[in-house]
Design a protein around this ligand. Structure first.
Ligand SMILES: *Cc1c(COP(=O)(O)O)cnc(C)c1O
Length: 462
């Protein structure tokens, strides 16, 4: 019989874990900043995690290492887990990373609005003013419409339009346009919530004007056209042009609403990376009575929903009780004003990060990629790649770009980069990790090289 005691058991590393008090005592600055209770809780949580995770024979981290991990926990908890990240995915409007990054002017405007500010005060007269009216005026100018009003987001804007203009009545929509966006937004559900009856016409791939005409009647509240945003229908297809729907709307005396989503204001010139994306200008020219757009897609601003078009219809929406419930907040409003001002100064405002990123040339991206790859040393190479616009625009369009491709286990490198300060998010293509430079501001290049070096070390590459 074997004597089991003769086989030395691997030492249990859990016994070597430091005491809670010792770790807390090593963090006097953090205790002063965040309080004893929250630091102690973070140290306990980290030690619990280690007790569960450490395998026999493993190495127990020392006081310094546990303290560093606990400090990260405290900081993450205080920021609600929200940390600034480097977007090297090549997806310009990345829903998971907050869609449109704001311009410097929009960030400054948020700082001002964060304190006491003249939100509802006319400083010239001392009377109560309406900043919402001021913002509506800016939005109308940017959209080239008679009037506009602004709410919390695009989904809210459409909900308000439906409820205010067609509540209790029917809304005719093509079956090819019943979109779902981001899982929680499904057009038929929004219509139901708005209290309108959806009348679907046509088929998934073909809808003609006659289909809309046959379905419309005395109960029709409005005709709706929806930008497909995140999918395309190709092959044997037919779509009713907006101008034809507008003609029918005039005939029936009902408004025609275009839910554009993406919020591109002006028609992109041929050769623009956005060529083919429908614009507000084209919808207005085609005669849409109202257009509905998001603030944080191609407009390049904060989360917001803009309803622009005929003054009487805009006023009806703004007066509806839902308008108050869907009100835009002061910080969004400040950022949106700054963003709209940029569009009014320049039709292609490069001061907005999304516009600048979308219009960066591949030659520029290539030279940055080559410089960065050289700075990263062996195992890094500049490669041509393709990113995306994202955010419900041009779903099938690839954006030509350049990236730094890193050799080594892509999953491990990707995880190590995600754990950096700040975290870097790249894209795995084939078996390589790519850092697409279109979505990295050039001022971030130096930092990216340092973050790559640190991540390689953590991942044990080289
Ligand atoms: C994105 C989008 C919406 C929703 O806008 P949010 O600002 O995300 O609420 C509605 N309709 C269309 C067509 C869209 O693309």
């Amino acid at each position: 019989m074997t004597d089991l005691r003769a086989v030395p058991e691997p030492p249990d590393p859990r016994a070597a874990l430091p005491q809670v008090d010792a770790v807390v005592r090593s963090l006097p600055d953090l205790v002063a900043e965040a309080g004893h209770a929250s630091v102690t809780a973070a140290v306990r949580a980290e030690l619990d995690h280690l007790r569960a995770a450490l395998a026999p024979g493993g190495r127990a981290p020392d006081v310094g290492e546990v303290a560093a991990a606990a400090e990260r926990r405290v900081r993450d908890a205080r920021s609600g887990g929200l940390v600034a990240v480097v977007n090297a995915t090549g997806v310009v409007l990345h829903t998971g990373l907050g869609r449109a990054p704001l311009s410097a002017a929009a960030r400054e405007a948020i700082q001002v609005a964060a304190g006491y500010s003249s939100v509802e005060l006319d400083l010239a007269t001392g009377d109560r003013g309406s900043r919402t009216a001021h913002l509506g005026g800016l939005a109308a100018s940017a959209c080239g419409t008679e009037a506009a009003t602004v709410v919390n987001n695009g989904a809210g804007a459409l909900l308000l339009v439906l409820a205010a203009l067609a509540g209790g009545r029917e809304v005719v929509v093509s079956r090819g346009e019943l979109v779902e966006i981001g899982g929680s937004y499904r057009l038929p559900d929004v219509m139901q919530a708005a209290g309108v009856t959806l009348v679907e016409v046509g088929t998934t791939n073909r809808t003609r004007l006659a289909d809309h005409r046959d379905a419309a009647g005395p109960d029709t509240g409005l005709l709706l056209k929806v930008h497909r945003s995140n999918f395309a229908i190709v092959g044997f297809t037919e779509d009713t042009p907006l101008a034809d729907l507008v003609g029918l709307g005039r005939e029936l005396d009902v408004p025609v609403v275009h839910d554009l989503g993406s919020g591109l204001l002006v028609e992109p010139p041929a050769g623009s990376p956005l060529a083919g994306e429908p614009s507000v200008a084209a919808s207005v020219a085609a005669g849409a009575d109202l257009v509905v757009i998001s603030g944080d897609k191609l407009l390049g601003g904060p989360q917001a929903g803009i309803i622009a078009g005929r003054a009487d219809l805009v006023a009806t929406c703004a007066r509806h009780p839902l308008a108050r419930a869907l009100r835009i907040d002061a910080l969004q409003r400040a950022a949106l004003e700054a963003t709209l001002a940029a569009h009014l100064r320049d039709p292609v405002p490069h001061e907005l990060p999304t516009v600048a990123m979308l219009h960066t040339t591949t030659a520029e991206l290539r030279s940055r990629a080559e410089r960065l790859a050289a700075a990263c040393g062996d195992g890094a190479e500049a490669v041509a790649t393709t990113g995306r616009v994202g955010g419900g625009s041009l779903p099938t369009r690839e954006l030509p770009s350049w990236a730094v491709a890193l050799d080594g286990p892509a999953d491990a490198l990707s995880a190590a980069l995600r754990q950096g300060h700040p975290p870097v998010l790249g894209r795995i293509t084939g078996d390589r990790l790519l850092l697409d430079l279109r979505t990295v501001p050039p001022a971030g290049d130096e930092e990216l090289v340092a973050l790559v070096a640190a991540a390689r070390e953590r991942a044990g590459v080289r």
